[in-house]
Structures are given as C-alpha cells and as structure tokens.
Design a protein around this ligand. Structure first.
Ligand code: 3EB
Length: 329
C-alpha cells in the first residue's frame, strides 16, 4: 500500500443502515460515526464515535453508520466527542437545556464555530439539531424561533448564502433536558443548494420569526465520492406549509420538493440519479406517534428501493406532520 495517494484522495463517505451489534459496527474499518435511535438503542458507549439520538423509532431500527476509507481517530474533549478520517470529521455536543432555547443554542454554536476555526476540516457541511419542545411557546417566544435567534448569535456573524450548511432541526416528543448538536465537516466547502420550489429559509418573511433560519436546502460536497446532503425537507412550498396536518399529502409534497432539489444538484453533478433510489438514505421524522406505521408503509410503497428510518419527532411548525432528510447518491 502506498501512503501518498491516500492523503491526496478526495473524501469518500458511505452511509448505511445496519442491523448488527454496536461493538461490531464500531470495530469495522473506517467507521467515522454510528447513531442509535430510540429506547432500544444503547443510551451511551465509551467510544466517542457512538451517538444516541433519543427520538423513538418505528420497529427495530438499524444503526446509522458513517464509513470513510482509511484510518479514523477519535476522542472526547470538554464534552465534545469527535472523530476524523479520510479528510472528514464528525463531532457531537450535548448541553443541558432547561430554559431559553436561544441561550443553549448560542452556547452550542459558539463551541461549533470555535471547533471549526481550529480544525483542518473548517467547513460544516451538514448539521443536526435535536431540542425539546420545539414548538412550545407562542409567537416569537416559540422555542424554535428562539433557537434560530441563538444559533445566529452563537455563529457571531451573518453567514453568506454559499456558506450555509444543510441542516435538520427536530423536537423530541418527550423532554430529554438536553440540546444535542452534531455535524459532518470537511476540508472543502462544496456548494450550498436552494430549491426552486421553496423560498430560501434565510429569506423567510418576518411572520416566521425575528431571525430567519440559517440553513441551505442541501449541500453538494466537492468530492464526487460523497453523497448529496439533503436538509430536513417538509411540505413547505414558497414559504408556506401545505396540506396542514395531513401526513400523507405532506409526504407527496416532500417527494416533489426532493425531486426538485435533486434536479438542481444534477446541474452540478449530472451523474446523480434523477430520483431517490438504492443510493439514497432517508430518515422520516413524524409528529404523531400513531402515524409512524403509515409513514413507513408510504415510504415502502413509493420508494421501495430506499433504505429508510422512521422516527417520532416534531417538525418546527405545528402544522407540519412529517419531514424527511437524508443523502442521495
Ligand atoms: C422548513 O423548511 C422546515 O432550522 O435548521 C428544516 C431543516 C427546517 C432545517 C433548521 C428547519 C431547519 O423551514 C424546517
């Protein structure tokens, strides 16, 4: 094996949903991160690459595994768990959250910014945010709106549209007392993508809160060996929620949004498949626990080739019953 081409190679990332013992997944070569969902998954593990996401899951969920070529190193430092390998990095942070969502978000995003500034992977491509009671509170006091205020404060400067990460922000249906933030970072920024069917979130009108959400609809990594990173995608057309409270009608709208986003990405990378398929991975976040099975059945019927996890989580507008995120390659 020659060492030089490895160092020069463009990053490659595989994301798979695997039913296997956690220790076997962590021991597999190139494992950058493993995620376990819901009460059936281990709540913790000494390995910093394991992260438990407390959202309840439909059925017996697989572990989500991120794998890169080549060696991976990892550690914890001051409450932050990280791993790096193949030119990519994963990191996760959890902070106690029992008050203003703006306060905890500002603290967490200040840590994220400091981490990026010190890392040789200074570009956060993809960020996940999990917070309690995301739609509690009214008007501008709603916790999601406060989260958006704190996120912007913690970053400390206005990001240019081209710098915005792809992101997900989801609420826990049961309180955890913590704000959980994790990210995928790279040495190269790639491209931020917007969806022609949707108003860019950073341009949302004032009615959605004092601080428009800082995320791009997707991020296309610079390396062709990395998948398109799809943000949390809901039944938002223009800036309005469509089909309020109707889970299945929202799913159809979300699929139209994803098709349109993929078409945008294909202008930059024509080799991407036109439609979600075997190289796509999706996670569904479903507001109503009773609807988990029908979402799983809908995905099976409409996207039979796409591995999917179905989780019980709250989208950040009360009328939004479901959201999908994932990767596409
Ligand atoms: C939307 O389209 C749905 O604030 O980071 C999706 C993905 C949503 C990310 C975020 C919010 C975020 O507005 C909500």
């Amino acid at each position: 094996m020659s060492a030089a081409p490895l160092a020069a190679a463009a990053p490659a990332l595989r994301i798979e949903y695997r039913h296997a013992p956690l220790d076997a997944l962590l021991a597999a070569p190139g494992t950058l991160a493993v995620f376990g969902f819901g009460a059936g998954a281990p709540a913790a593990h000494p390995d910093p690459r394991y992260l438990h996401v407390a959202l309840p899951a439909h059925g017996t969920p697989a572990f989500e595994c991120w794998t890169v070529p080549g060696p991976v190193t990892c550690d914890r430092h001051d409450g932050l768990a990280w791993s790096r390998g193949g030119g990519l990095a994963f990191a996760a942070l959890e902070l106690p959250d029992d008050g203003d969502a703006a306060t905890v978000a500002a603290a967490a995003y200040a840590r994220l910014q400091a981490w990026l500034a010190a890392a040789d992977t200074p570009h956060a491509l993809r960020i996940w945010n999990y917070l309690d009671a995301i739609t509690a509170g009214d008007g501008d006091a709603e916790r999601y709106r406060r989260f958006c205020v704190g996120r912007a404060q913690g970053i400390g400067r206005a990001l240019a549209p081209a710098e915005l990460p792809a992101a997900t922000a989801i609420g826990h249906p049961q309180p955890t007392g913590r704000f959980q933030l994790y990210w995928l970072a790279a040495a190269q920024p790639g491209a931020a993508l917007e969806n022609p069917r949707q108003v860019a979130a950073w341009r949302y009108p004032r009615q959605y809160g004092p601080q428009p959400p800082g995320f791009a609809r997707a991020r296309l990594p610079a390396s062709p060996d990395m998948p398109l990173l799809l943000s949390g995608t809901a039944a938002v057309v223009g800036h309005a929620s469509h089909h309020p409270h109707s889970t299945l009608a929202q799913l159809a709208e979300i699929l139209a949004n994803l098709d349109s986003l993929i078409a945008t990405a294909r202008r930059l990378r024509p080799a991407l498949p036109e439609r979600p398929g075997p190289g796509t991975r999706l996670k569904a976040y479903v507001r109503d626990a009773q609807a988990l099975a029908e979402v799983a059945a809908w995905l099976q019927a409409h996207l039979p080739e796409v591995p999917a996890l179905v989780l019980h989580g709250h989208v950040c507008r009360r009328e939004l019953a479901v959201e999908l995120d994932g990767v596409h390659a």
